[in-house]
Design a protein around this ligand. Sequence first.
Ligand code: ATP
Length: 363
Amino acid sequence: MKNSYQIAALPGDGIGVEVMDAARHILSTLEPRIGVRFAVEHQDAGAQHYVDAGVALPESTLKACDTADAILFGAMGLPHVRGADGTEIIPQLDLRFHFDLYAGVRPIRTFKGLPTPLASPRAAEIDLVLVRESTEGLFYARGRGETRPDGVYDTMQITHKGTARICEFAFRLAEQRAERKGRPGRVTNVDKANVFASMALWRQIFETAAGKHPGVASDSAYVDAMALNLVMKPWTYDVLVTENMFGDILSDLIAALVGGMGMAPSADLGDKHGLFQPAHGTAPDIAGQGKANPTAMLLSTAMMLEWLGHRHGDQRLLDGALLIDGAVEQVFATGQVRPFEFGGSNGTADITHAVADHLKVVA
Ligand code: ATP
């Protein structure tokens, strides 16, 4: 079994740099506890790197990501930095396409001790995962917008292969969650099959995948109804699967349900590579003030350990993931810290140190 795992760390811009420091601190605190070494190597990328070096995602960084065991990513993009075509510098999209990271996994759950914007006491039960197809859909149009005399046309791409693999991924995830939680799983497909032929095909492929997983309950909803239901009764959902653009929008909505972007981790997974990053952006409004909530980054780090643990059959990493999750839960449940995002007065350093202190305590 490996005793050292190579992690390519791309902090990026704004609070990406601050929350990456938090992740590094937690990984080094965890090392002696689980007996694994993490060789975390800094890699340049992002909007500031574009300003400094004229390239947002250097070849050397791509190479390092390719050979690393996993990629840990902060956040990239700065409002005043634009590429030659006027669009934002978004290397995370390039990485998704380059490494075929087709499954965007965005889990959210409520944490004891932190308020949610929903009044219902059932908000305490929120525990769902949104699975976003990340390589086609409406984002296929990125860089391909067709300019005609009357305007610009962006095309949505829904393929048999791309849809089948993301639906299969969602059902397998629901099976794993069902086993872990000791209750039946459910996948809810989110589409707009009543309007678009591409989405009608998506639904047909979803239903074929559902037929292969009779042990998992399945249903479908239109994306507009889902926007309503995710506010009215989010605690009823388990796994959602959706097209790229719908997933982009609904990810922010579900992050809001549990109090803010600082609580929403994510993973972008392919068959060979895994990239782990907080769902939030570079938050220029709070960057450099030490106010960023590092929780999303720490939970993304836990997702990385879980993914690596399954991939390498390494129980120490699976234990490490549970330790981080448990430590995060504890610091909020005991009221030890409350992030600025929740009206509290604890920033990145306080939260990181509180989590690290829990990790040092040997049970
Ligand atoms: P992007 O387009 O990359 O998503 P954005 O500026 O639209 O970037 P975010 O950077 O995610 O979106 O910021 C949205 C809001 O959430 C901002 O007010 C920001 O301060 C807040 N926010 C985001 N992440 C955090 C965090 N980790 N801790 C505290 N507040 C955060």
